[in-house]
Design a binder for this molecule. Sequence first.
Ligand SMILES: Cc1cc2nc3c(=O)[nH]c(=O)nc-3n(C[C@H](O)[C@H](O)[C@H](O)COP(=O)(O)OP(=O)(O)OC[C@H]3O[C@@H](n4cnc5c(N)ncnc54)[C@H](O)[C@@H]3O)c2cc1C
Length: 408
Amino acid sequence: MENTSVLISGASIGGPALAYWLTRYGFDVTIVEISDGPRPGGQAIDVRGPALEVAERMGVLDDIRAARVRMRGMSMVDAEGNELFRSEERTITGGDLDSPDVEILRDDLSRILAEAAGDRVEYLYGDSIAGLEQDADRVRVYFASGLQRDFDLVVGADGLHSNTRRLAFGPEDAFITHLGTYLGVWTAPNFLGLDEWQVFHQVPGSSWGGGAMSVRDNREVRVYLGFEAPEPLDYDYRDTSEQQRLLAERLAGGGWELPRLLETMKDAPDFHFDAMAQVHMDSWSSGRVVLLGDAGYCGSPLSGQGTSMAMVGAYVLAGELKEADGNHRKAFDAYERELRDYVSANQELALTNKARVEAQQAAAMTSETDADADAAGHPDQAAVGHPDEVIDFQDFGEIVNSLTLKAY
Ligand SMILES: Cc1cc2nc3c(=O)[nH]c(=O)nc-3n(C[C@H](O)[C@H](O)[C@H](O)COP(=O)(O)OP(=O)(O)OC[C@H]3O[C@@H](n4cnc5c(N)ncnc54)[C@H](O)[C@@H]3O)c2cc1C
């Protein structure tokens, strides 16, 4: 087999999942991660469709199910905290409670995948790729720490603002599509006393606001608050205090528990803030460098499918490298052929979800009845209750299951 030494940038979801499969197939894997250790944080994310099958084939599905977020339901409240809508059948973050999908905290899933990948993976924490030089036989990698090493292949699994993508393909503006909203996520004490429950408040006249869900046996909540911004904002995405200032300014004067929730972000160990945005690229590889997950085809949290796409992408990329005996040209072409349609359809889901939220907003604003106020908190009811607002919503289940995994 050729090209056996592989550097992966990013140790969140795509990186460890790829490391698992590559080491299993006989590749030597190094992961460079900019954080000083496994990175905490992130709201509950979903593992669905073929990603469940990938987890099964990795032998981690039981661990993932055991660590899943347990929810009994959700409420929508008004500015005074009065309940407008409640459901014990589905939640905003995870969908139908009786579905086979697994909702799990990002950091828990990341840990499970990294443990499965095992000790054969070398980790370079607290470092980052500073320069890449490719020739016919290898990639010379210059690290921010001053380290310099050669690898056969480099995989960028370093997220929406991928460093690898910038170095190998150019500035991110060419690839990122802004979806008009920003979201902050962090951990806070469960001062709302939520019991396996999530509560959301939609700022009147806006499709945004946020909420909290209890996690880890109700000891803490994950807070997520967001705001609309039709144009991309100019801020340093590595400067946490600037991001916290932005969020506080945009949600100032909000009702319900928004002020108290905003207070908690200052002490959060894991504050994460980013745009809802997508990545679209004509090709996911350039020579010996290839992109995986959000770095190459971010769907945004609105799609609910970023994690599943990264896990499935890791399985397919590793499998195609194995099948091509390490020939990266053949493998990278096959990786794209196999995944393109699945990725495009799943990215489209985010746009559908956004349209759905906008339809709810329009419904809420044009209606004064209690029934309509209820519907405003529930995507399906909003669509059903307002036939004039009919949007061609795609069949979610069909799309998330639209890929049949090959056996490698
Ligand atoms: C802290 C955090 C919180 C998140 N919260 C949510 C959420 O609430 N909802 C949601 O839908 N999605 C969230 N995401 C995104 C979600 O994890 C992904 O959409 C999905 O799981 C695909 O994962 P990925 O591995 O492709 O990318 P990501 O999960 O984005 O991981 C990228 C990894 O690369 C690392 N990295 C970044 N820059 C460099 C660099 N220069 N060098 C080395 N490593 C680098 C990051 O620290 C991170 O570990 C979050 C991601 C992170 C990192």
